[in-house]
Design a protein around this ligand. Structure first.
Ligand code: AMP
Length: 282
């Protein structure tokens, strides 16, 4: 695995790979890697000839400076974990490489409601930052396939919109959410959970699974209300629990009218914000 820290080195490598007709897969991450990230890299390796993984804690997608500061950055451990996963290039840029003073990296794409509901409501500006960094990274890495996790379902929807709006040729592949044995979705933030909150956090996944059982038998609004009560009773502080259309992310009132239905939730476990989702009807 080659570790590249600047755009010039990456550009030479990518140009050579393109000349050799290699298919390039790309997995962007913010590091503090876990089995969920490694699964994306393994999947990318089955789809492409060369896998590039980036680790970049993107300042523009954090609406809370304290969250950015507290974000874990165990880089030596990340490098160790990447060995043996099929990752060919680790791109490890500094902020100045991604956002140089002399290049305008801003994007004027507005996905509308897709970026305004749920995460967009509670993390204003978040998806603008996500689109900006993914767009910039795609310019640098020039992959054929971009692999992202279902764990961030709304992020995938917003990036899909961005790719379509920019007429990007990049193919977007969504990989399943990887969970701990007790159901908790793996997340870089999980290491910050206190033992007490770690013990109750699986209630998030349980509540989503219950929604999957109840859809079609109980009104979506009732399921959502019950879920909020259940998360709160367990000791979490939920921000939202929504049952939405899988494509538009608009709330579902009559499940019969929708082909794909997803439940998405965000809840605080102490000072750690956790998100998760589950497809209720594929
Ligand atoms: P992050 O480093 O949290 O920005 O995540 C980088 C990529 O890994 C994103 O596409 C996430 O959706 C994906 N990811 C994070 N956690 C998981 C998980 N538990 N299962 C699958 N993919 C994940």
């Amino acid at each position: 695995m080659l570790i590249l820290r600047n755009n010039d080195g990456l550009s030479v490598f990518i140009a050579n790979a393109e000349k050799a007709g290699r298919k390039i897969g790309f997995v962007p991450t913010m590091g503090a890697l876990h089995e969920g990230h490694l699964a994306l890299i393994r999947e990318a390796a089955t789809l492409t000839d060369i896998v590039v993984c980036s680790i970049f804690v993107n300042p523009t997608q954090f609406n809370d400076p304290a969250d950015l500061e507290k974000y874990p950055r165990p880089i030596s451990r990340d490098i160790e974990l990447l060995h043996g996963t099929g990752c060919d290039i680790l791109f490890l840029p500094e902020v100045g490489e991604i956002y140089p003073q002399d290049i305008d990296t801003s994007l004027s794409i507005h996905p509308g409601r897709l970026a305004e509901v749920m995460e967009g409501e509670f993390r204003p500006g978040h998806f603008e930052g996500v689109m900006q960094v993914v767009h910039r990274l795609l310019d640098l890495v020039r992959p054929h396939i971009l692999v992202m996790g279902q764990k961030d379902y709304q992020q995938v929807a917003v990036v899909r919109y961005m790719l379509e709006a920019t007429r990007s040729p990049v193919q977007l592949h969504m990989s399943a959410t990887i969970r701990e044995a007790d159901g908790l979705a793996m997340s870089s933030r999980n290491v910050r959970l206190t033992p007490a909150f770690r013990a109750i956090a699986p209630v998030i996944c349980q509540t989503l699974a219950e929604a999957r059982e109840l859809i079609g038998r109980m009104a979506p609004q009732e399921i959502m209300d019950q879920a909020i009560e259940q998360l709160t009773a367990a000791g979490l502080t939920p921000e939202y629990f929504r049952i939405v259309d899988g494509m538009t992310l608009e709330e579902v009132s009559d499940p019969g009218q929708h082909e794909q239905i997803v439940a998405c939730t965000a809840a605080w476990a102490g000072d750690v914000r956790l998100i998760d989702n589950m497809v209720l009807r594929p």
